[in-house]
Design a binder for this molecule. Structure first.
Ligand code: KG4
Ligand code: ZN
Length: 331
């Protein structure tokens, strides 16, 4: 008899993360091998080093999960693994490992869309979502707003024309010499500062499209023109501009689509400023807020396992091809 747990494997970028999750979203165990030390000297992710680090970490991480939980393959009913979007070399390591382990253990293996993983992260550990819903997915690779009529439908409402908001955080962190990864260090600096500089709010009031490249460039210009900047104030002013743009697009989508809930996911949803801003927006519009606990906001195997439950219930095809450019509407 097969078990009733799913093993999720995530290697799309710079974390090797493996988790075991029940159908109700309980995370029995999640182990993540971080590559921060591999990439921090470069101020960003070095793709070839990322895939090599995944090769080294993936089997020890899997073993650690199985040992800590005392589970065996007979406790599992499926394996889910990210097949895109992401870095091709990193994706291949996860996918090939999952395919091999699945064949060895006699388990079905589902290739999962990383973005749908983020989406389902809001259901982990007691989270719930009411539909129809508006989704804000703000990560290092994506910034988008989507409309979900129900749990199985997905209509893209707006996306970024250039950089994602997470990418802007990472680049601003580098300009301000705050270190890597950018999100948390910019957050912390912003907390100590005051939003005294009026950076532009790109595409405010212009539909649902985002653009963060201009905002990033104006931070760069400010740094060039001000040889002794108050770094905390620059960070606070940058974060304030990001928050205003993200909040106003969500407010417009809430007014247009009248959803029951707003789902906020992706790495940037770990930001305390974004969490507070979205809380205030939802209170003022009477919409329920679905937010994953911060630890499930950034990339992790638990969200991939959670999404795999959806694939299984839908009888989705077990696609094991990588697709570095997979879009959110695709399974
Ligand atoms: O979802 P994620 O882990 O990976 C992708 O799918 O891209 O998102 C990573 C992004 C990075 O750009 C990082 O700077 C941002 O999320 N991030 C944050 C925070 N933690 C991570 N941004 C703002 N505040 C944070 N606390
Ligand atoms: Zn992600």
């Amino acid at each position: 008899m097969s078990g009733n747990l799913i093993l999720g494997i995530e290697t799309s970028c710079d974390d090797t993360s493996i988790a075991v999750v029940s159908e109700s979203g309980q995370v029995l165990c999640c182990k993540t091998a971080s590559q921060v030390d591999v990439h921090k000297g470069y101020g960003g992710i070095y793709p070839e080093f990322a895939s090599r680090a995944h090769v080294e970490a993936i089997i020890p991480t899997l073993k650690a999960v199985m040992e800590e939980t005392s589970l065996t393959q007979s406790d599992l009913c499926a394996i889910g693994v990210t097949r895109g979007p992401g870095l091709i070399g990193s994706l291949l390591v996860g996918l090939h490992t999952a395919a091999g382990v699945g064949a060895g253990w006699g388990l079905p293996v589902y290739g999962v869309n990383h973005l749908r993983g983020h989406l389902r992260s809001a259901l982990l550990e007691g989270g719930s979502v009411r539909y129809p819903a508006i989704v804000l997915l703000a990560s290092g690779g994506h910034t988008l707003v989507a409309h979900m009529k129900d749990a199985n439908s997905m209509e893209l409402v707006g996306t970024t024309r250039d950089d994602s908001v997470g990418e802007a955080y990472d680049k601003v962190a580098r300009m301000l010499d705050l270190g890597f990864p950018g999100g948390p260090v910019v957050d912390q600096a912003a907390k100590r500062g005051k939003a005294t500089i009026r950076f532009p709010r790109p595409m405010l009031g212009q539909g649902y499209a985002f653009s963060f490249s201009g905002l990033k460039s104006s931070v760069r210009r400010y740094m060039e023109q001000n040889p002794a900047p108050v770094v905390a104030d620059v960070a606070a002013s940058f974060v304030a501009a990001c928050m205003e743009v993200l909040t106003s697009k969500c407010r417009a989508a809430i007014a247009a689509y009248r959803p029951a809930s707003l789902i906020v996911v992706g790495g940037v949803s770990a930001s305390p400023q974004l969490r507070r801003a979205m809380q205030t927006l939802c209170e003022s519009t009477g919409v329920a807020l679905a937010l994953p606990p911060p630890q499930w906001s950034t990339d992790n195997g638990a969200m991939i396992a959670m999404a795999t439950w959806e694939y299984m219930h839908r009888g989705a095809a077990q696609i094991l091809d990588v697709d570095p450019n997979l879009e959110i509407g695709t399974l």
